[in-house]
Design a protein around this ligand. Structure first.
Ligand code: PLP
Length: 471
């Protein structure tokens, strides 16, 4: 039977939209059995740090759109206007051709990333990382014999345990989240894992201060085992996000960067979460004295007002793709249809202007410090907090059954805590089915405009929720 003519759903009532959602939308990361009886929550408006659902409930959003994206907060008229004006003038032309906001934003971006010069546009963090992997693979082929069908040259890519780089098969191949990967193999060959640098759960059972930063030196060990002639790049999150907000020890990244340089391995930093002010500097890596070869960005670049991602490289890397003009395939033969949309860079320009004009990096530093101190104080009260950590407005609370043994708290209990906070009007996050038996970190990443009062409200909700937990 033919379906009836669709209605103008934007003018429909919320209950109508909720019904259509229940009937037709397949939500991300969701077991839909639960929605057969009770429709999923629908967020329908937002202003500043707060959002409203279709039932009229208001929430303080402590995770910037659930996945640390809305860095400058909701309801930014000037971003919406910039998108409107730009798309009315010129909405799209394929990215082989230039466009005004794309050019202007590339200049603004590289101005705050000394040493990096070129911006390649696409649409998501996964895609930005995938582009970087393609650059590495193409260089490996370019620099070695082309007559072999076997992998050759510096084609391998190292990634870390507990880091996440995206949802496609290849970016999952480069991710250290075993539960996320469990159902989607086989994976792309040519990726090798290196240990992480989580001091609270040191992979080498050492203690910071007496460890000689073995986790960083392990990178060299793996390069030697795999063969330095085969390693093209190392990808890592400067501060790990979905893996549980892991801040590396101060020495870690400079040692890793030096090892990469010594073995001619490109250093690729995934700033999809840390980028655009989240940690109090423009980029997470800028807390450390290092110079990456590739940086990937998404999420906060345009705060979710329009999709956009960037793969940013040095001019030296870019130049390698001009060395063989005689070769019909001697350039980066890649495209992303929507990488040519102008809405993304138009929004990104205003997003960056807002961060600058409202001095949000300073706000992140001071409010973030306040948040970390308050969380440390909360540890005194609740034995189930094993560790609190973070930088800027990027904070994690690791819950354990026992502080001495560090036995991780069950994921179901974390789910109870997040839903208790929701009942209290605060949206917080948690590590989500990424590591079997180890999804025990509560996550906070409020918008960069958060105030101390917002932090008080968030932490008070967590305090109340933790007080109800019995183990
Ligand atoms: C560090 C990191 N890299 C990449 C991605 C993938 O980004 P996207 O979901 O936009 O593809 C994510 C997503 O959460 C992420 O946290």
């Amino acid at each position: 039977m033919a379906k009836s003519t669709p209605k103008n759903t934007l003018n429909s009532s919320f209950s109508d939209a909720s019904h259509q959602d229940q009937q037709h939308v397949w939500h991300h990361l969701s077991q839909h059995k639960a929605y057969e009886k009770k429709p999923a929550m629908m967020i329908i408006s937002g202003q500043g740090m707060r959002v409203k659902d279709s039932l009229g409930n208001e929430f303080l959003d402590a995770v910037s759109g659930a996945v640390w994206t809305v860095n400058v907060g909701y309801g930014r008229e000037r971003i919406a206007k910039a998108i409107y004006q730009q798309t009315l003038k010129m909405n799209y032309f394929a990215g082989a051709i230039g466009n005004e906001p794309g050019a202007l934003f590339a200049k603004m971006l590289t101005d705050i990333m000394p040493g990096l010069e070129r911006v390649y546009y696409s649409n998501s963090g996964s895609e930005a990382n995938e582009k970087a992997f393609k650059l590495v693979r193409q260089l490996a082929q370019q620099n070695s014999q082309k007559d072999s069908h076997k992998p050759h040259g510096k084609y391998k890519i190292l990634y870390r345990d507990r880091d996440y780089h995206g949802t496609t098969i290849t970016t999952l191949s480069a991710s250290g989240h075993q539960q996320r990967k469990a159902q989607y193999g086989p994976y792309t060959p040519g990726f090798a894992e290196v240990p992480h640098c989580c001091c609270y759960r040191c992979p080498f059972n050492k203690t910071y201060g007496n460890c000689e930063i073995e986790c960083a030196k392990a990178v060299e060990q793996i390069i030697l085992e795999e063969g330095p002639e085969s390693i093209g790049s190392l990808i890592l999150e400067p501060i790990t996000a979905g893996g549980g907000v892991i801040v590396p020890p101060e020495e870690y990244l400079p040692i890793v960067a030096e090892i990469c340089q010594r073995y001619d391995v490109l250093l690729h930093l995934d700033e999809v979460v840390c980028g655009m002010g989240r940690t109090g500097t423009w980029f997470g890596y800028q807390h450390y004295d290092i110079s990456p070869d590739i940086v990937t960005l998404a999420k906060g670049i345009a705060s979710g007002y329009a999709p956009i991602s960037c793969t940013v490289t040095t001019e030296a890397l870019f130049d390698k793709f001009k060395q063989h003009p005689e070769d019909p395939l001697g350039f980066f033969r890649d495209i992303s249809t929507f990488g040519g949309c102008t809405a993304g860079p138009a929004a990104a320009i205003e997003n960056m202007n807002i961060i600058n004009e409202e001095n949000l990096l300073n706000n992140v530093v001071s409010v973030g410090k306040y948040g970390l101190q308050k969380l440390k104080a909360l540890m005194e009260k609740h034995n189930i907090i094993g560790d609190v950590r973070g930088k800027g407005l990027f904070l994690g609370i690791e819950l354990v059954r026992d502080r001495i043994t560090k036995e991780p708290m069950d994921e179901a209990i974390l789910a109870n805590i997040t839903s208790d906070c929701l009942q209290q009007g605060v949206i917080i996050g948690k590590t989500n089915r990424s590591f079997a038996g180890m999804n025990n970190v509560l996550l906070l990443a409020p918008a960069l405009i958060a105030t101390r009062d917002d932090i008080d409200e968030i932490i008070s909700a967590i305090d109340n929720a933790l007080a109800k937990i019995r183990v």
